[in-house]
Design a protein around this ligand. Structure first.
Ligand SMILES: Cc1cc2nc3c(=O)[nH]c(=O)nc-3n(C[C@H](O)[C@H](O)[C@H](O)COP(=O)(O)OP(=O)(O)OC[C@H]3O[C@@H](n4cnc5c(N)ncnc54)[C@H](O)[C@@H]3O)c2cc1C
Length: 515
């Protein structure tokens, strides 16, 4: 029997990195989130008289601050940047984009338009983040994550995902039907099974009565149906060869099967940072922006946090939510094991490109969704919301790790990234690239205080470094997306904070007994 890993290797070859990654999730080789256990219910007043300094005002730090204050803790959040949100970053007109070793960019988008440079979509299985949208009345809208009308770069031609997905399915159904009819599955299936499976495949693949695939109107029309005497003409089917020539061939079909990549997802109206800002609004007076932390040390009596500028801060406890690669840079006295594990944390590079443009894609019937390409920009991502308004922000690239050309993209000069993105948009929408303007590009590997999209643990590290980094060091506790089984998501940041809060609550109770 084919092992799951062998199957994945084959998927990787046929469908590129994203297909293999999606399959890994589907097959349970990547960790799946546990059921949401809810917000930790800290007894009112349980933190009274105790102080906590929280490092970092990303989702982990903000969530922790919001919950700890409810329990009576005196909190101070220290943030290096002059904005909150961390990897939740919605860029609007006038914002300055600073990248290591690159010229600064000033966003020129029209007022009301924005680019979600970091987090951009919310799956409904992420109950923690939805909880804060509900609690703090942040309006959400549907974010179209999968759209069969969006194109896929199928090697020699650009076709709709509708064609790629349905023609692929038709060919697979035909092959399986031939296997059944040719007796190849006689040992595995009874006559009754074969009959049932054959009927299923016929519906699933839109096969002819003889079991072959001759195309289907599921794949759309070369001449659309119309009024009076226009019945329309369905596309001729793409051949398997045509379909398989595309590196990310499997991606359009598999994408929405991933647990956390549903077809309809959600987004806060007006930018992903709206939820982070709503939480910030509840604790604003306790947050210090523009204060990079230099070090943290813990003693029997409390913690001391040193800053790059200004006097040190002391508190009873510290919650450190900096990305692990930035924790490693602090002046600290953590154990040798912790220090070694911090050094093992690997951050994945990632880049996005955004353009302002008149909504030419909506003229073509594309309302939201992602287009796939095996070029280095990986996707073109159409905006959800603001439908039919004059202009929108078209995401002309989003890469995170994966294929060699996607990784290379994150290290390219901004102008090179823009040129690739523009070229692919021109191929997908001939004549329209001249409408693209006011570009912004962000590479997270070149973004100070982040250094990547998220932390990637190997299976082996999950048993060693990861467990080590979850442990408190004296009075210092840790949280952040990297300390969760929901990495690369805000939900991971939130749920890791909940775990840290629970540990801090236990430690507080123990300290009160021994005081
Ligand atoms: C390109 C991209 C796409 C993503 N897409 C999605 C998505 O669609 N949906 C989703 O839910 N999530 C998405 N994510 C993931 C999500 O944004 C993160 O997992 C989450 O925001 C991480 O939160 P955090 O609090 O753990 O870390 P961070 O947001 O990184 O917060 C850490 C904070 O620490 C600060 N800091 C660092 N060093 C110091 C220092 N020395 N002193 C003081 N402060 C410091 C940083 O400035 C930052 O504010 C995406 C992320 C990226 C980058």
């Amino acid at each position: 029997m084919t092992s799951r890993r062998a199957f994945l290797q084959a998927m990787g070859k046929a469908g590129g990195y994203s297909a293999a990654y999606l399959s890994m999730q589907a097959l349970g080789l990547l960790s799946m989130p546990r059921a949401f256990a809810g917000v930790p219910q800290l007894p009112a007043g349980s933190g009274k008289g105790k102080s906590v300094v929280i490092l970092g005002a990303g989702m982990a730090g903000l969530t922790a601050g919001h919950e700890l204050i409810k329990a009576g803790y005196a909190i101070t959040i220290i943030e290096a940047r002059d904005r909150i949100g961390g990897r939740v970053w919605s860029i609007r007109r006038g914002d300055r984009v600073v990248q290591d070793g690159r010229d600064d960019q000033i966003c020129q988008f029209d007022s009301g338009l924005y680019m979600n440079a970091g987090a951009a979509r919310l799956p409904t299985e992420h109950h923690g983040i939805f909880h804060y949208a509900r609690e703090l009345n942040v309006p959400l809208e549907v974010m179209v994550n999968v759209n069969r009308s969006a194109p896929v770069d199928a090697g020699s031609e650009i076709v709709s995902q509708r064609r790629a997905v349905n023609d692929t399915r038709g060919h697979i159904a035909e092959l399986l039907t031939k296997s059944i009819d040719g007796g190849a599955l006689d040992r595995e299936l009874t006559s009754k099974d074969k009959e049932m499976l054959r009927a299923y495949l016929s519906d699933w693949g839109a096969l002819t009565k003889s079991g072959s695939y001759a195309g289907s109107d599921r794949s759309g029309y070369s001449r659309p149906p119309g009024g009076y005497d226009e019945p329309g003409k369905a596309f001729d089917p793409l051949t398997l060869d045509q379909l398989m020539s595309h590196g990310d061939w499997g991606a359009p079909a598999l994408f929405e099967e991933t647990f956390d990549q549903q077809a309809p997802m959600f987004q806060p109206v007006g930018g992903m940072d709206r939820i982070a800002h709503a939480i910030y609004g509840t604790i604003r007076d306790h947050v210090r922006l523009g204060s990079p932390v230099a070090g943290v040390r813990s003693s029997d009596r409390g913690v001391t946090v040193t800053l790059v500028h200004g006097a040190p801060i002391t508190a009873d406890y510290c919650l450190c939510t900096l990305p692990a690669n930035y924790v490693a840079k602090l002046d600290h006295d953590f154990s040798a094991a912790k220090t070694a594990s911090l050094a093992g944390a690997t951050y994945v590079p990632s880049a996005k490109v955004a353009w302002e443009a008149p909504r030419f894609w909506e003229d073509e019937g594309i309302y939201g969704g992602l287009a796939w390409t095996d070029a280095a920009n990986t996707v073109v991502w159409y905006p959800s919301g603001g439908w039919n308004s004059p202009k929108g922000i078209l995401m002309g690239a989003y890469t995170y790790g994966g294929r060699p050309n996607s990784v290379a993209f994150t290290h390219m000069a901004p102008e090179e990234r823009l040129a690739i993105s523009r070229g692919v948009i021109e191929r997908m929408h001939p004549g329209k690239s001249k409408l693209l303007g006011k570009p912004i590009t962000v590479a997270w590997n070149e973004t100070q205080y982040s250094g990547g999209v998220g932390c990637l643990w190997t299976d082996e590290q999950r048993k060693t470094d990861y467990l080590q980094l979850c442990k408190p060091e004296g009075r210092v506790f840790f949280a952040g997306e990297h300390l969760s089984y929901i990495p690369f998501w805000q939900e991971g940041a939130i749920e890791s904070s909940y775990e840290a809060i629970k540990l801090m609550r236990e430690r507080t109770a123990a300290d009160r007994v021994t005081a």
